[in-house]
Design a binder for this molecule. Sequence first.
Ligand SMILES: NC(=O)c1ccc[n+]([C@@H]2O[C@H](COP(=O)([O-])OP(=O)(O)OC[C@H]3O[C@@H](n4cnc5c(N)ncnc54)[C@H](O)[C@@H]3O)[C@@H](O)[C@H]2O)c1
Ligand SMILES: [Zn+2]
Length: 681
Amino acid sequence: MKPTVNPTVEQLVERSNRLGADPKNTNYAGGNTSAKGTETDPVTGEDVELLWVKGSGGDLGTLTPGGLAVLRLDRMRALVDVYPGVDREDEMVAAFDYCLHGKGGAAPSIDTAMHGLVDAAHVDHLHPDSGIAIATSADGEELTRTIFGDQVVWVPWRRPGFQLGLDIAEIKEKNPQARGCILGGHGITAWGDTSEEAEANSLWLIDTAAAYIAEHTRAEPFGPALEGYAALPEAERRAKAAALAPTIRGIASADRPMVGHFTDAGVVLEFLGHAEHPRLGELGTSCPDHFLRTKVKPLVLDLPASASVEESIARLQELAVSYREDYQGYYDRNATPDSPAIRGKDPLIVLVPGVGMFSFGKDKQTARVAGEFYVNAINVMRGAEGLSSYAPIDESEKFRIEYWALEEAKLQRMPKPKPLATRVALVTGAASGIGLATAKKLASEGACVVIADLSLEKARAAAAEIGSADVAVGVQVDVSDGAAVEAALEATVLAFGGVDLVVNNAGLSLSRSLLETTEQDWDLQHDVMAKGSFLVAKAAAKAMIEQGMGGDIVYISSKNSIFAGPNNVAYGAAKADQAHQVRLLAAELGEHGIKVNGVNPDGVVQGSGIFASGWGANRAAVYGVEEQDLGKFYAQRTILKREVLPDNIANAVFVLCTDQLSHTTGLHIPVDAGVAAAFLR
Ligand SMILES: NC(=O)c1ccc[n+]([C@@H]2O[C@H](COP(=O)([O-])OP(=O)(O)OC[C@H]3O[C@@H](n4cnc5c(N)ncnc54)[C@H](O)[C@@H]3O)[C@@H](O)[C@H]2O)c1
Ligand SMILES: [Zn+2]
């Protein structure tokens, strides 16, 4: 039997995790590492020479043995003899499949040739900001010599692939003293005879470049400070960011809906506060990893920090039009008859001086990582401009990568998105009961969810139960307080770029007869449910209209909005108010593509805080049953004789928001297992 994990693999994974854990070494999911070693071939019983190399996708920091591609070295090396030349180098990727050992592990990436062909037992290919700064300096070759002498060799830009692997292999052979190389426009590759040596060489190269930049950089690499472009004070810039977010998300989503991420990191604000940022922004990013996620260049608002929200919105709309024209131009200039179709002309990075950066992607993680990559790119530009001048690769080369057949194939292999992918949901009262079940359902169907509830702690706990901050966040809100609702909307658009789906669920229930119902009882029921959902709908609709992406507002109303029973005047009247808001708003918001619908639950005992906090005991007393049997009692009253669970309500909300009900607005769906007295007519 084979040992479970080959020690070479163990070392490789540990080295990769160490390198990937420090963002100075490489961008998220960027770069790859490899090791060569032997294992017993189960077929022959003989030793077989293998290459383990990080496969396509995944991050070095969290790499596991399962993320490695495993290839036979003899076969990999034999590829050199059938290599048809640089024009057909892409064919070699398919040929890697014929070199796999056993099941081959993860899919080999485009960088596999570099690792396999370089004659070193351990190879690291990384994208450190410091290394790319040298790689994108106009005189990068000279700088490499100055900084590293003959220890590091300059490799002119070449698109990753088999030929780049051959180039680096040759360089290593001709420069036996070298510890690694700088890949023009792209990154670094370092090697060693042992895993320790490779890691030490990688770190030495990265740190030496960083130290050289720190010591030799000119004072203001981004030029002098720009009057009026400095960062706004924190509260002001976050308020402005929130006010602009829906418009900016709409711009980024003209071709396809996107989730957004916002950062006001110092690095970004400093970049935007200096004179050279428009020129540098226009030059775009250089490392393939960077521009695949950030698009070739960002959209930069050319107004000072003091510009009003209205002025900024008007200008952003103009810039969006020119960005799209510009991108179309880039496509038309570079596309060949066999290029894949244009993939959308909207920016993925939008920069607002004094405020920060909005980044976009098909989900929150992708959006966040796009922002991280632009921060990497800013660091690269600072380094390059500090020493020399920033000279990214040509746009034709960027195009060749962005619209590479292999890249297109990767995109085609992506799993079909979930039904609510890219949609940002705000669910009020979502720390408990029906709201929590709804938030979970929406998240499981691909939505990003904001859990808004009275207690921040409970809202956060509920969000954490659902997933990371890329999936769900918790915010505090009292929906009966207009300012608090505005703040919750701000938090929502800053968390995910905008809002598409609002569930007015927050509620409570006081079961009292008319004579027992106090004025305060009446006000509380109406403040939380009638006024609260009005306030939430109003704030959300404003953002939805600015986004121009349609939207869904769902009210969790009640059977009691239709059905009249005793001891329910304040609650039932407030529910009827909510139910009519559905119709009123459906009529009013339809022109913006916003659908407004309601769900009428009844008798949801399980998980309900309302039932647990007295209402259940009260109802049980009214009906003369034990409190714990209330769910079953309600079930027996229904036509279907089934107990209604929070998930049943959640499913109804989900269906209302999918494409399946794209033409339905102003509807209430009863989810009550059938109560004839509450039938809608
Ligand atoms: N449980 C049922 O049988 C039933 C039936 C019909 C309608 N509903 C409605 O469904 C909704 C959810 O009820 P549930 O049974 O899940 O109750 P629940 O008590 O479990 O959840 C309600 C949540 O709303 C929150 N909330 C209360 N006041 C708030 C405020 N001012 N601001 C923000 N959040 C606030 C609470 O903290 C709680 O987390 C309510 O609107 C309720 O009227 C419930
Ligand atoms: Zn690379």
